[in-house]
Design a protein around this ligand. Structure first.
Ligand code: GDP
Length: 531
């Protein structure tokens, strides 16, 4: 048994996913409040407000040196040590948002009760499915007008392809929101709107009752009482059985209804979630699965963040610890570089503060100073143990542009700059099939990356570029190895390209053209993720 079993067992590392505005920040903040990591609601908000426009973001990067915007927050609650991974949204939605999910052991999906499943949730959910990690659903904003709860569950099941199990059931919504029925405790937790709703700093007082309570009709109204009795009967009779194994393998999502802003249902959610989710999971490597409880330290790099400050051209590599314990100053092996080294300036984000860490355990995330040697997916282990964790897939960019340098004399810097930025994983670069490097096709997951590219090429490499947006929206990796893409029968708005590793790909203007390609080329195999 591991020396560190007590420490590792209490770790819970999860990502929060949602479409912008569903309430991810509000919910995160409530978690931190319960954990005592912040004293007041609004603390997380301030950080968010400060990162609106691209220009602001770059100014912030310049001033602080290294960005702390999208990161990890650690806090303690009821004996657990919790790492929340924030998945950047809005404008800074990028491939990093997806990669963050590779470092989590489970995901919390926040859905706006009035809107249901939205595009960004759908995209992030697909990535969760790649790994079969547990997914917990929080249907938020029940204090506002909401869609019918049955419809919401149907939509999750149909659109995302996962079964659902409502842990609680809402009684009304909006002005008529009376609370929820906890199916496990068979108890009604009544919602009382009051003045504290305005800032939602405290838990709204909960009045509990059961279905047979003679005062129930008075508490929630006779109509609501009758509907609830019928709903509970229907759910118990016709719904899926609760199955913890299915939850832990990402096949059944426990669903909670609540209201993050008013604090209603947040603490019960956190408690149930912590009981149901898993401690750090094993990771696949070329030497078999690596057990988190193994005494030897190991980690993999899932994100690299460049320093926007010209004076310090260094980067921070974020790694997820997969086994054992990390100690400051310890000697490690960077497997891909085949080099022994000490990780310098290891740091962790504790709620709002960045701190140097002395020790960290499997499940934790640390950021280390990177002089430019790490790549996404690299393995760090103890000297003498040489294995590689399974790589992180390349995610499909959705925006494309043709990019070339304005001054042809700067060709070398242009190639160096674009290649380095691509190595960090901020952009992907492609060439037209058989084309050269004087003109590259840049693909990004979020459009902000185009501006970052332009800014960085100018500031760090002194190269001005000309960028022309291309009308493609979808990319697919051609999986048939011996196929010559030139022989493919494609629509005129489909382009054949290759990446720097020689993989052949197709970019499409719309999903209709993808179907056309599949229908007109027998045996063609197209993948949505690159390996
Ligand atoms: P994010 O973009 O997913 O991080 O969403 P935020 O947490 O920033 O929330 C978006 C907006 O919805 C903010 O104005 C919040 O105050 C509001 N909001 C969040 N949760 C609730 C809720 O439970 N009820 C209501 N009425 N508003 C909410």
């Amino acid at each position: 048994m591991s020396k560190y079993v007590n420490e590792i067992e209490k770790r819970r590392t999860f990502a929060i996913i949602s479409h912008p505005d569903a309430g991810k920040t509000t919910l995160t903040e409530k978690f931190l409040l319960y954990g005592g990591a912040i004293a007041m609601a609004g603390a997380v908000k301030g950080k968010k407000a400060a990162r609106h426009a691209v220009s602001d973001w770059m100014e912030i990067e310049k001033q602080r040196g290294i960005s702390v915007t999208s990161s990890v927050m650690q806090f303690h609650y009821e004996g657990y040590c919790i790492n929340i991974l924030d998945t950047p949204g809005h404008q800074d939605f990028s491939e990093d948002t997806y990669r963050t999910l590779m470092a989590a052991d489970s995901a919390v999906m926040v859905i706006d009760a009035a809107k249901g499943v939205e595009p960004q949730t759908r995209k992030l959910f697909k990535v969760c499915l790649l790994r079969d990690i547990p997914i917990f659903t929080f249907i938020n904003k029940m204090d506002r007008e909401a869609r019918n709860p049955y419809d919401l569950l149907d939509e999750i099941e149909y659109e995302l392809g996962i079964k659902t199990y409502p842990m609680n059931w809402p009684i009304g919504c909006g002005k008529e929101f009376k609370g929820v029925y906890d199916r496990n405790k068979k108890e009604i937790i009544a919602f009382r709107a009051n003045d504290e709703m305005a800032n939602g700093q405290r838990q709204v007082a909960a009045i509990e009752a059961d279905l047979s309570d003679p005062n129930l009709a008075e508490l929630i109204g006779e109509d609501h009482r009758q509907t609830l009795v019928d709903d509970v009967e229907l759910l118990d009779g016709a719904g899926y059985e609760f199955d913890l194994e299915a939850v832990r393998h990402g096949r059944l999502s426990p669903v909670f209804f609540g209201s993050a802003l008013t604090n209603f249902g947040v603490e019960p959610f956190l408690e149930d979630f912590l009981h149901m989710t898993t401690p750090p999971l094993p990771r696949k490597s070329d030497a078999g699965e690596i057990d988190p409880f193994d005494d030897d330290f190991s980690a993999f790099v899932f994100k690299i963040q460049a320093n926007m400050n010209k004076a310090h051209r260094d980067r921070v590599a974020f790694m997820r610890i997969c086994s054992g314990k990390f100690e400051k100053g310890m000697e490690v092996l960077h497997v891909q570089g085949d080099k022994r080294m000490k990780l310098s300036q290891p740091q962790q984000l504790m709620a709002q503060e960045r701190e140097i860490v002395d020790e960290a355990y499997a499940g934790d995330i640390i950021g280390v100073f990177d002089p430019g040697i790490f790549s996404i997916g690299d393995t760090i282990s103890v000297p003498g143990k040489k294995f590689r964790f399974e790589g992180i897939p390349t995610f499909a960019p959705e925006h494309f542009a043709l990019v070339r340098q304005v001054d042809t004399m700067k060709r070398k810097q242009f190639i160096k700059g674009t290649s380095q930025i691509a190595q960090e994983g901020a952009i992907q670069i492609f060439q037209e099939l058989g084309g050269g490097m004087e003109e590259v096709i840049v693909g990004v997951v979020g459009v902000l990356q185009f501006e970052v590219l332009e800014y960085r090429l100018k500031n760090e490499y002194n190269v001005d570029i000309h960028m022309e947006r291309l009308p493609y929206e979808h990319i697919r990796w051609i999986e048939n190895e011996d196929l010559d893409p030139k022989t493919l029968n494609l629509t005129s708005d489909t382009k054949r390209i290759q990446d720097l590793k020689g993989n052949r790909l197709l970019i499409f203007a719309n999903s209709w053209s993808i179907n056309w390609a599949l229908e007109h080329n027998e045996g063609l195999k197209l993948a949505e993720f690159g390996r």
